[in-house]
Design a protein around this ligand. Structure first.
Ligand code: NDP
Length: 488
């Protein structure tokens, strides 16, 4: 079996215990993983804190930090094929997507490399004639970065990039489901030449590892991606160290198709929005709201496309839907479909796990237009299941779109410019895609509202999240300080 190690304080080590990682395509163990427990987490955070407060890292200029990030970006690009192969093997995400996504991950590191020396403070036009006052932008401290299994390299790049550009140090916890790509990525961090302790990469189980990490007194900021239930635990944990948090959580994103839309193009976007990445995507357009006048025309297009999707081994470039990452995921999807059928949902296609080895689930469409209480319309599947409902008017479309506890992404398909603008204004979500879906860029901030979390990843705003300001007052007068009992 392939063997992986933790990366703590610039050295590779085996961890407190070992556990097997399963290949989702076969359900059998393929790699031997290291587990971090309390002692390892404490050493990683202590190393990150030491690297933040002493040694080479705090002495680097912002431009020098940028150069290290550029080197890392180049290494990610050079090693993209290996990283993609590992992510595919350990999580079941298809090679077609991991290859493209990881090559693009390098662009995130490049973007933040360029931003490192553009994170500026400010000079204040203060209302006192004998004072100069300015704001220094300083790194917030040690960052605990926690990612789930579905896109670990991508989801860590949107945390590591801005955190390192800002001058923070990081303990990155990979999910224990599919940690191989991040544990391998640690070698690239090492090769890039970051001082020991600046980046530490560990994995382990939530209660023994994530809990210790997020309550650690030396952690200043927690950047978390995962589900709302774990996010609540993380926020409760942050009451211990009073760390700030940014939370990128799940979604139940509306995909709205008006009767004037290009239905073929919208159907392709819907396939990408719900069946790509086997639906294990936080931005999955998992709630189709289709105007009742085109419901049948649109659903028949979708059904044809869904049934033509090639379900096969994830390491085959021709595969379009691979296995889910875990058996747990498959069982959750199966149960939520059954609960939705019990509430009146109708299976248009799919609906049952694929028999045989591996955690495969076929593209599934559930017509919930006469089942408003079906959990398929409100609960995140995190799998290839589309819940369909209809609307008559634009006002109804908007009301249904916003009828969710989440608020991450949304898609609007219409040829009417004015209607598109009205929908953009009305939809409560962090991202609105118009006549497209599932486009991302390091330049564009990303994040949600409500149960989808808070904080933004990507863009300049994300780098500022990893900083705090220091207000400097400098007196320019040589006269003695007047009345010491009066605040000036
Ligand atoms: P979880 O919330 O179960 O896990 C996320 C991470 O948190 C894992 O690394 C997990 O570790 C860790 N963790 C678990 N318990 C604790 C704890 N007590 N303290 C600290 N950390 C802990 O999410 P899933 O793995 O189920 O991932 C799927 C979710 O992630 C979905 O809701 C999805 O929508 C969301 N997501 C959001 C994205 C966004 O950008 N908005 C992007 C991608 C996914 P362990 O693996 O050991 O349990």
């Amino acid at each position: 079996m392939d063997r992986f190690q933790l990366y703590i304080d610039g050295t590779f080590e085996d961890g407190a215990a070992r556990f097997p990682s399963l290949d989702p395509a076969t359900g059998t163990a393929w790699a031997d993983m290291p587990e971090a427990r309390e002692a390892e987490v404490d050493r990683a955070v202590t190393a990150a804190h030491r690297a933040f407060t002493s040694g080479a890292w705090p002495k680097l200029t912002a431009s020098q930090r940028g150069k290290l990030l550029l080197k890392l970006a180049d290494l990610v690009q050079e090693n993209a094929a290996d990283l993609a192969r590992l992510e595919t093997r350990d999580t079941g995400k298809i090679i077609r997507e991991t290859s493209a996504q990881i090559a693009y991950v390098a662009e995130y590191y490049r973007y933040y490399a360029g931003l490192a020396d553009k994170i500026e403070g400010a000079h204040l036009p203060i209302d006192k004639p004998d004072m100069e006052v300015w704001l220094r932008r300083e790194p917030v401290g040690v960052v605990a970065a926690i990612v789930p299994w579905n896109s670990q390299l991508f989801l860590s790049a949107v945390k590591l990039g801005p955190a390192l550009a800002a001058g923070c140090t990081v303990v990155l916890k990979a999910s224990e489901d599919g940690p191989a790509p991040l544990l391998h990525f640690a070698r690239l961090v090492h090769q890039a030449g970051f001082p020991a302790g600046v980046v530490n990469i560990i994995t382990g189980f939530g209660p023994a590892c994530g809990h210790i990490l997020t309550t650690h007194p030396k952690v200043a900021h927690i950047a978390f991606t995962g589900g709302p239930a774990t996010a609540r635990a993380v926020v409760r944990n942050s009451a211990e160290n009073l760390a700030s948090t940014s939370l990128e959580l799940g979604g139940k994103s509306p995909f709205i198709v008006f009767d004037d839309a290009d239905l073929d193009s919208a159907a392709n976007a819907q396939v990408s929005g719900i069946f790509a990445a086997t639906g294990q995507s936080c931005v999955a357009g998992s709630r189709l709201l289709v105007q009742d006048t085109v419901k049948d025309a649109f659903l028949s297009r979708l059904k044809t496309k869904a049934e033509a999707i090639r379900i096969a081994a994830p390491d085959d470039m021709a595969t379009e839907v691979g296995p889910l990452c875990t058996a747990r995921q498959r069982d959750h999807i199966t149960a939520t479909i059954a609960a939705s059928i019990a509430k009146g949902a109708r299976v248009v296609t799919g609906g049952q796990p694929v028999e045989g080895p591996g955690f495969y689930f076929p593209p599934t469409i559930l017509d919930c237009s006469t089942a408003p209480d079906a959990p398929a319309l409100s609960d995140e599947f995190f799998g290839p299941v589309l819940a369909v409902t209809t609307f008559g008017t634009e006002a109804e479309a908007l009301a249904r779109a916003n009828d969710t506890a989440y608020g991450l992404a949304s898609g609007v398909f219409t040829k009417s410019l004015t209607r598109a603008h009205r929908m953009i204004r009305g939809i409560r979500a962090g991202v609105v895609w118009v006549n497209t879906y599932r486009a991302v860029s390091p330049i564009a901030p990303f994040g949600g509202h409500g149960l989808s979390g808070h904080g933004r990843e990507g863009g300049l705003a994300a780098a500022l999240d990893y900083t705090t300001t220091k207000t400097v007052w400098l007196r320019t007068s040589d006269d003695p300080i007047p009345d010491p009992f009066v605040m000036r």
